[in-house]
Ligand binder design. Structure first.
Ligand SMILES: [Zn+2]
Length: 327
């Protein structure tokens, strides 16, 4: 069997952040003020799902001077993201409705982060910090009141904590773990299509990890629930922050132990087995029916490609790894 040449590996979106988060400086108000006053400081301006950018000669520039960003629209929380070298990077929440209105300004480019990532509208160094800003600001927008007693909470730690002035409970930004996985049976893999997907796109199955559940159990449960396929040998492959609003995608592979698919139509439009040659055509955008995997910005693309290129933990040539087999 010859492996297809799929060309150079694309970058996985929202990863490889250039920022040092310097969490130990988040309560150092003198440091933060100096950072913000420094000429090299940059702020990402986000209103709901929309990112505001400057139109530049070389494309879009998502960094504003902190005072410039505040002047764009009415603002809510501001956060400190970290340092790019010595330069501070901040995020600021703009009023979502006022942000929509900024689409009318000829000097600005306003669009959503998915479009920015898929179309490569900003330099790759900006994607991970933008994801950090979007996830953190979205958490603030949804967590302004104490979940314990209902009182309005105060931001502290440069945006990395909210504190309740009444019951004193501290609230921290949340990240929701999601398993996304490829079930593999020898030379074929299981892909599904959800109704919300763009036409002709097939992808890995995925679902939220539940309370007190291991990643391995979540992988097996989600595959079984959505497709009726039982799995063993769950292996971790890679992870990706997915700021919609605040997930961490945990990419895995698993070995299927039965073949008969029973699709959960509440979750999926369809699911079926694909052999390696067909998936290679999909990755090369040469499939006769025009079907394709998700774009390279998404982790599913990388999991699927790694299997086709025999690099996933369950690639055809890989030895069976030792996760305890389950019935
Ligand atoms: Zn409270």
């Amino acid at each position: 069997m010859s492996l297809p040449d799929l060309g150079p590996k694309p970058l996985l979106g929202y990863t490889a952040s250039i920022l040092a988060r310097v969490a130990e400086r988040r309560s150092d108000t003198a440091f933060l003020a100096a950072c913000e006053a420094d000429k090299r400081a940059g702020t990402f301006a986000i209103g709901g799902e929309l990112v505001v950018m400057k139109k530049g000669r070389n494309g879009a520039d998502p960094l504003f001077r902190p005072d410039e960003a505040r002047a764009l629209a009415p603002t809510a929380e501001g956060v400190f993201l970290g340092l790019a070298g010595d330069a501070g990077r901040f995020g600021i929440a703009l009023d979502p409705e006022a942000t929509k209105a900024l689409k009318g300004r000829s000097d600005l480019f306003v669009t959503d982060l998915r479009s920015i990532a898929v179309q490569g509208l900003v330099g790759p160094e900006h994607l991970a910090p933008l994801a950090e800003a979007k996830a953190l600001l979205a958490w603030h927008a949804r967590h302004r009141f104490c979940a314990n007693c209902g009182v309005a909470t105060n931001v502290s730690q440069a945006g990395w904590k909210r504190e309740c002035p009444s019951c004193k409970v501290e609230h921290f930004p949340r990240t929701d773990p999601v398993v996304i996985m490829l079930a593999i049976d020898g030379d074929k893999c299981l892909l599904g299509r959800a109704g919300r997907f763009v036409a002709n796109m097939w992808s890995c199955l995925a679902g939220f990890v539940e309370a007190a559940e291991t990643i391995e159990d979540a992988v097996r449960r989600e595959i079984f629930e959505e497709s009726g396929i039982r799995c063993t040998d769950v292996n971790y492959y890679m992870t990706q922050p997915w700021p919609y609003p605040s997930s961490l995608m945990i990419g895995c592979t698993a070995r299927a132990t039965n073949e008969d698919i029973v699709v959960d139509r509440a979750e999926l439009e369809d699911a079926r087995w694909f052999d390696r040659d067909e998936v290679a055509l999909m990755l090369q955008r040469r499939h006769p029916n025009g079907i394709a995997p998700p774009p390279p910005v998404a982790i599913a693309h990388h999991i699927i490609r790694a299997w086709v290129e025999d690099e996933s933990p369950l690639g055809a040539r890989a030895p069976v790894r030792a996760e305890r087999a389950r019935r």
